[in-house]
Unconditional design. Structure first.
Length: 114
């Protein structure tokens, strides 16, 4: 069983930055592939970024060169640094942990608006 708790969401102006954090329970964190998804109102859920246990990363085209996913295995935490935010980045952001199944956090709201 893995529990995930996100934090760091909020309201930010266009062009601003936010860093999301996701803390995971359990002792196997370093072996998990971790990801961030988002879902905007009326839209399908979208995979934003993933990081494997070895540190390889992959991003949605819409966030490449603006978002960075990273992990700190000593803290059982994955991060999503979001720069140059746009109104279309507004969504609920959820982190995931892939073990023998996919675990989800509860999500954190990110709103980009002036």
């Amino acid at each position: 069983q893995v529990q995930l708790v996100e934090s760091g969401g909020g309201l930010v102006q266009p062009g601003g930055s936010l860093r999301l954090s996701c803390a995971a329970s359990g002792s196997g964190f370093s072996m998990y592939a971790m990801g961030w998804y988002r879902q905007a109102p009326g839209k399908q859920r979208e995979l934003v970024a993933v990081i494997t246990s070895s540190g390889s990363t992959n991003y949605a085209d819409s966030v490449k060169d603006r978002f960075t996913i990273s992990r700190d295995n000593a803290k059982n935490t994955v991060y999503l640094q979001m720069n140059s935010l746009k109104p279309e980045d507004t969504a609920v952001y959820s982190c995931t942990a892939q073990t023998t199944r996919l675990y989800w956090g509860q999500g954190t709201q990110v709103t980009v608006s002036s």
